[in-house]
Design a protein around this ligand. Sequence first.
Ligand code: 3EB
Length: 351
Amino acid sequence: MAPLRQTDPEAMPSLSTSIADPARDDVPFEVAYVAADERARVLADDTVFAVIEFADRHGLDEADHRRFTIGLPEAEGAKVHALEVWRSHKPVTYDYVDGITLARNEDMLFARLLLEESRYTDLDAATFDAYQRIGRLTRNLNYPHMLRTWNYFPGINDPQNGLERYRAFSQGRYRALVNVNPEFETTLPAACAIGTRAPGLLIYFLAAKTPGIQIENPRQVSAFRYPPQYGPRSPSFSRAVLKRWTGASHLFISGTASIVGHVSRHPRDPLAQLDETLANLEALLNHANRFLQASIRLASIKLYLRPDLRAADVQQRLDERLGRDLPRLLLTGDICRDDLLLEIEGLGVSP
Ligand code: 3EB
């Protein structure tokens, strides 16, 4: 597991000790998990794209558009009370366009929207509208290259009008993307789609002025080529996106689960699913580094765990496999196939 292992397994905490280095402007942003009691200090900074909190309900701060809450609580027994802080290294401007709250600097755009599902006939229609608006916004503001999307909505494994809601979401996203660009499957963003216990379709995303490189995982069938047994439209995301900036690169790693080929592995065994997921992450990192002659290392991870599972066991295995000093967050959420128990996303950085 060489590329995944960070450093000393005895090393301490899982929160970042510092956030961005403001003097650095050869990469446009940095993201960090910061202790919640640092909130005031973080918000005093005037180059923050976003400060995200995790709780039972989604929440948008009407007074401070940088702040919002995602309705995915930290897992019981694994709480670090973290803020996810996105900090720009360049001046930021804020805006609100077509129901989307956004922050941007000269290289990239960070944006979020929360849709009330009751205003649509179904999740397919809500997702279609969200992605149409996202597409329009990114083109109009001239950040046309989607790097990464986060998608959160309730009842992900529940049926709606005869279709599992995750599949309805995938269909709506597909319809919106194909509408814009029939070639979209070579420029797909990295993504995750996670089930909440909170109402509303919450999406946040990163887009850039210049493109990233789509990367697939040699151990997995590309999601956009999943066979039809997983739904009428395949999920439109890439396994990762590599973005080279002037001074460094970021690897946005999609939600990764215990899927080999296109098949879910190790039903009902969370630790075996965790090991398989780490094998997938390792294969992806090795592939990206070889293929792109890069030297990306894992900088942080976020793990989503179904609510009925024991976080302590997962924590211990992560300590063993990745070391304790890799910044990480364990959130309680549902996974997009009912036989999957957990999913891990990550951010890689080089050099
Ligand atoms: C998978 O590999 C697990 O639909 O945006 C992972 C990441 C998953 C993103 C998405 C779904 C999505 O198919 C599920």
